[in-house]
Ligand binder design. Sequence first.
Ligand SMILES: Cc1cc2nc3c(=O)[nH]c(=O)nc-3n(C[C@H](O)[C@H](O)[C@H](O)COP(=O)(O)OP(=O)(O)OC[C@H]3O[C@@H](n4cnc5c(N)ncnc54)[C@H](O)[C@@H]3O)c2cc1C
Length: 542
Amino acid sequence: MTAAMFQTHEVRNQSPPLEGYDAYGADPWLRAAVRRAGVEWIDSAAHNLGAYVGSPEAQHHAMLANQYTPELHTHDRTGMRVDRVDYHPSYHVLMARAFGAGLHSLAWKRDSGGFSGRAALFYLWNQLEQGTSCPVTMTFASVPMLEHAPELQRHWRTRILNDAYDPRPAPVLQKAAVTIGMAMTEKQGGSDLRAVETVAVRDGAAWRLTGHKWFCSAPMSDGFFTLARMKDGVTCFFVPRSLPDGARNCFLIQRLKEKVGNRSNASSEIEYRDTTAYAVGEPGRGIATLINMAHHTRFDIVVAVAAMMRGALNQALHHAQHREAFGKRLIDHPLMANVLADMALEAEAATLLAFRLAQAFDGAKKDAGERELQRALTPIAKYWLCKRVTAVAAEAMECLGGNGYVEESPLARLYREAPLNGIWEGSANVICLDALRALAKSPSAFAALGDEIGKAKDKRLDERVAGVRKLLEDPATAESGARRVLETLAVAMQASLMRRFGDAAAADAFTASRLEDSLRAFGALPLDTAGLGKLAARARLG
Ligand SMILES: Cc1cc2nc3c(=O)[nH]c(=O)nc-3n(C[C@H](O)[C@H](O)[C@H](O)COP(=O)(O)OP(=O)(O)OC[C@H]3O[C@@H](n4cnc5c(N)ncnc54)[C@H](O)[C@@H]3O)c2cc1C
């Protein structure tokens, strides 16, 4: 038999995979964000991680970790409960890399710029794989919780901050590094945490919890911040997975969720039965105590979804540069250039917003204005970028045509991951109401937002802020109009940042399409072909 017998055609006009590049070195927006924040000390780590993110090896691990999903083993062969989740080795490779790079710790280790420097790394990571970002984020966000629990601080803090990954199920003192989760949501009430029914009963210096949690991600973590009810009301507790004597704490993993996306990460239903726990913070103030952790996970979602938009855009641009249709490259077709340029505006504005927020977290330690800004801007950015990321992922997928809609395409994973960000850590409406509360509680928070937007010296933006102020004055309409309030503030902030830090043509196009036009599908920019080409070219990886 000859080779010719097997060959029916020559394979042509398929775009090669986007790999073998440094996702940091090639990204002018990200490098500019790092320079603006004055955190060039992250350069070498960012190049390192960027090269990993762009490597075929890392992309293969990401694919495998999502294809061969975690498996729950509730019992061993003798019938004893083990409550163990087994992951594909690629998941462990990625976890080791993420924790080894300090994605969870860096923000807490630097006197200044830690949040911005870490955001650069987290932005890179989220272009690769998002399932591992969940335990990274929860571990990162657990650090401020330790301030409410000095006893925990003593043994856990150094291990949380260690840039290492140790997946062994063992007591904290036997481990060099640990990961942390959070378990709040119950069947009868998720957003409304006042409905928590898990009961806490005192047992000497510790407590015993009995009840359930309907969602608990990364159940192989070493400890969990959780909520339970005592006589003073809903209180925050810490549940270690292993007890000091080496025995496993009672942490019954009943089921793993069969999720739409986020498949490398296990999310479980758990039960506590006389489970040992330690009280954290004031009795009866559990929700207020845990909100600080949620505030930090929400910040991380902002960075992650901006990165996902960048990742989706990169795939679309790459494909359009290589694929030809009707006699020329896709990118050279004016209508495709419009779609790409429009998505590029969205991704650039998202990136600017995420990194401005990171700077506000950095500034919050010393500057009251920055403190107000990060408090008010976090839910606003979380709400709006989560709404946009799903649209961007779908549009990017469409740019690849049929090749975008198959599991081998990285866009399939991104697309399924996108809506999750709008649900967990506060669903859209809940986030909007949280933002309204922050603005109502502190007039200076609104002033901080207005001042930041006003730096662009654009009358149209100032008018938007004044319009929102008016809307907020009437409590009868403020709640039902909360999405309008948040969208207006988010887009005005993005327009201000684009004006100050983007280029003039991009800022003009953003303002024209997002503030003056009510069209919302991508690819309807009112620009000529040359202008569209320039915008798309600006976004290309260099
Ligand atoms: C993959 C995944 C992993 C998760 N991991 C964890 C975890 O590790 N730990 C954990 O504790 N939880 C976790 N969750 C749970 C998640 O945080 C909740 O699903 C989320 O907070 C929403 O709560 P709920 O599902 O009970 O929805 P509900 O609270 O019932 O909300 C349903 C809808 O009603 C809206 N709504 C609620 N209140 C109002 C209101 N006052 N006004 C207007 N609209 C309102 C919400 O915005 C939402 O759209 C996870 C969820 C998913 C999907």
